[in-house]
Design a protein around this ligand. Structure first.
Ligand code: UDP
Ligand code: MG
Length: 347
């Protein structure tokens, strides 16, 4: 049975698990066509979890509807090691939604999310845990350098975060972060309030809570190729911008005011010239320029309005952000029966 994000029942269940002695740490990893890197990832996580002992950890692999062999590999991993669980989204929804789906299944007192390609070293979690124990509810892992990233990508990423910090209503860590630790309180708040096109860094920053940062070097991808196409990046940018900034709407008002002011000024000049000189004002060129410029600006404004409007419509529909197609619990060869997942989400 498909299951959507129903934060209240999910977090209630997660809290219940904790009081029954669940793991202290959940590691959530979005996976999209990562068959090349999965064996290395799992080996590295297993070694890391040995270093963590006696602290107990679980790993939730959120399959963002991969079309390669990742789902089979994930099933094998989860069957052979009970510390690993997986969920599979019903469609490719982007890593932010996949992470939310993973967090909804997390039983830990805190959770860390990081990428599957080992660009974010899991060993850094030790430092993040120290800061969490010192009382910080959010720990951002902030990338200092990025190995193996093209200049164009770096420029795009830096511009994105600078613009969002400058014009947005939230303050992200200086160079953004897709590797973070969240306390249970933050997870619960996030799952209750994430919008329909969530932009994770901004959503977490928006919540507040005391936060700390650790610096790290983003390593080269261990295997496979990037799954974030330019189109996906631009969509993510638009989502984040519209979610956390009203600057385009304000800019529209200012631009409207400027054009009205100029328009009225010009109209006055035309009327005065007509009355004073009695010679017709030469018109076609200026007229066509005004028509084209105003037409273009109006269409752009409508487009911006539309961006906000369709997201409002999405939010008003209150549909679940994702549906699950499969999970460790639903896996028929596992012990747990599928209907338990249905009950968990109240569907
Ligand atoms: N990812 C995902 N869904 C997507 C694209 C990417 O779950 O549609 C995952 C991917 O498997 C990886 C993480 O998001 O774990 C980061 O993606 P990637 O490393 O390809 O991005 P980059 O580091 O190149 O920005
Ligand atoms: Mg990567």
């Amino acid at each position: 049975m498909p299951a959507g994000l129903r934060p209240d029942s999910v977090t209630l269940e997660a809290n219940l698990m904790n009081s029954m002695g669940g793991p202290e740490l959940s590691i959530v990893i979005p996976v999209y066509n990562e068959e090349a890197v999965l064996p290395a990832l799992v080996a590295r996580l297993r070694t890391f979890m040995e270093r963590l002992a006696p602290l107990e950890a679980e790993v939730i692999l959120a399959d963002d509807h991969s079309s390669d062999r990742s789902p089979e590999l994930l099933k094998e991993i989860c069957r052979s090691d009970s510390r690993f669980r997986f969920v599979r989204l019903a469609k490719n929804s982007g890593s932010h939604v996949a992470i939310l789906a993973g967090l909804a299944q997390a039983h830990g007192e805190c959770a860390v999310f990081l990428a599957a390609d080992l660009q974010d070293p899991p060993e850094l979690i030790l430092q993040m845990l120290d800061l969490w124990r010192a009382g910080h509810h959010v720990v951002w892992a902030v990338r200092e350098e990025r190995e193996g990233v093209s200049k164009a990508d770096l420029f795009l990423a830096n511009t994105f975060y600078r613009l969002l910090n400058l014009l947005g209503e939230v303050n992200l860590p200086p160079r953004g972060s897709d590797f973070s630790l969240l306390d249970r309180k933050v997870m619960d708040a996030l799952l209750k309030s994430a919008g329909s096109n969530p932009s994770l860094g901004g959503e977490v920053a928006r919540l507040g809570f005391s936060s700390a940062q650790v610096a790290y070097t983003k390593e080269k991808r261990a295997a496979g190729t990037t799954k974030w196409t330019l189109k996906k990046k631009l969509t993510a940018f638009a989502d984040a911008f519209v979610s956390f900034s009203y600057a385009p709407l304000r800019a529209m008002s200012y631009l409207g005011m400027l054009f009205s002011f100029l328009g009225f000024g010009y109209a006055l000049i035309v009327v005065v010239l007509r009355l004073m000189t009695r010679t017709p004002v030469p018109g076609w060129s200026s007229l066509i320029v005004v028509v084209l410029v105003l037409g273009g600006v109006q269409m752009m404004m409508l487009g911006i309005l539309g961006e906000y409007l369709w997201r409002t419509l999405e939010a008003a529909r209150q549909r679940p952000i994702y549906f699950l197609e499969d999970s460790s619990e639903m896996d028929t060869s596992a012990d747990t029966k599928p209907q338990q997942v249905g009950r968990r989400f109240g569907t």
